[in-house]
Design a protein around this ligand. Structure first.
Ligand code: G1P
Length: 297
């Protein structure tokens, strides 16, 4: 019998140098798409998938993240006094119940595998999810929920997967596929950031994982891999070589790489256009902008 997945790890220790100077004083995960911080999208997705315990792997300078999930009594009182009930509900939905959230520090930037390993004592002997907040996925059914449904059938380890242009393989973990079964792909190998000519396919890992606790044991023993970092991909690949099942899951939805400025801007436009309170004004603006650009050419 597979145990239920109720814990998720959010590796949020990165410095966010691509977003300097903003990230000089704000954690990257607090940057907002429209009016919600990146981390909120990740938390909402985890909740929809049945996650009840949220483990943040943080580092120095990330205390704004802890404050974000705390109750904000002064703000709540002010909104209540002004009868701003909708906003009050919105605000309260970001509070996290005491004990549902835990923070562990990654005290050296040794890579994603190392960040996940830092949470080992909190996941104990249970399967767990990992969500990378840079990967924002717009989907009718949230991506991790789609994966949980697949996991109910397969068990084992599942990673979100998406085809990328071959020239981009060196930015991703890449899957070597054995066979396809609908959206699920049985994987026979996995490589971190291969050059296009060495990549086993163009099916890339996107930042959602459901993993067995054995991955933590593998991480215990791992030496640094690609880029001198301890790679989560290598710990998962070890499972394949030991004959344990690993699957890729081709999720339905649109993924935005919010770890890059271009991806972040695309997500801002896409989410802005989805918002009932903004979409008319915003799409009129974009249409005008496009026609002005065309006229100028
Ligand atoms: C990480 C993983 C990589 C994965 C990617 C998805 O890389 O190491 O396997 O494909 O996330 O976004 P990073 O983007 O942190 O370099």
């Amino acid at each position: 019998m597979k145990s239920k997945v109720t814990k998720a790890i959010f590796p949020v220790a990165g410095l966010g140098t691509r977003f300097l100077p903003a990230t000089k004083s704000i954690p990257k995960e607090i940057l907002t798409l429209v009016d919600r911080p990146l981390i909120q999208y990740a938390i909402d997705e985890a909740r929809a998938a049945g996650i009840r315990e949220f483990i943040f792997v943080t580092s120095r300078g990330k205390s704004a993240l802890e404050d974000y999930f705390d109750d904000a009594p002064e703000l709540e009182t002010a909104l209540r006094k002004k009868n701003k009930n909708e906003l009050l509900q919105e605000l309260k939905s970001t509070n996290m119940e005491s004990g549902a959230i835990a923070y562990v520090r990654q005290n050296k930037p040794l890579g994603l595998g190392h960040a996940v390993w830092c949470a080992r004592r909190l996941v104990h002997n249970e399967p767990f999810a990992v969500i990378l907040t840079d990967d924002v996925i717009a989907a009718e059914k949230p991506c991790l929920q789609q994966m949980m449904e697949a996991y109910d059938e397969t068990g084992g380890n599942i990673v979100a997967a998406m085809e990328v242009p071959r020239e981009k393989t060196s930015s991703y973990g890449v899957l070597d596929c054995e066979r396809e079964d609908g959206a699920t792909v049985k994987v026979k190998g996995m490589v971190e950031k291969p050059a296009p000519e060495d990549a086993p396919s163009n099916l890339a890992v996107i930042g959602r994982y459901i993993l067995t606790p054995k991955i933590m044991q593998n991480l215990n023993k791992l030496k640094s891999g690609a880029g001198g970092e301890i790679q989560l991909t290598d710990a998962i690949a070890q499972e394949i070589s030991e004959g344990n099942p690993v699957y890729g899951y081709r999720f339905r939805g649109q993924r935005f790489d919010c770890g890059t400025k271009a991806g972040f801007l695309q997500a801002t436009v896409a989410f802005g256009l989805q918002r009932p309170d903004l979409k008319d004004e915003f799409s009129d603006y974009l249409t005008d902008l496009m026609s002005m650009r065309q006229a100028a050419e």
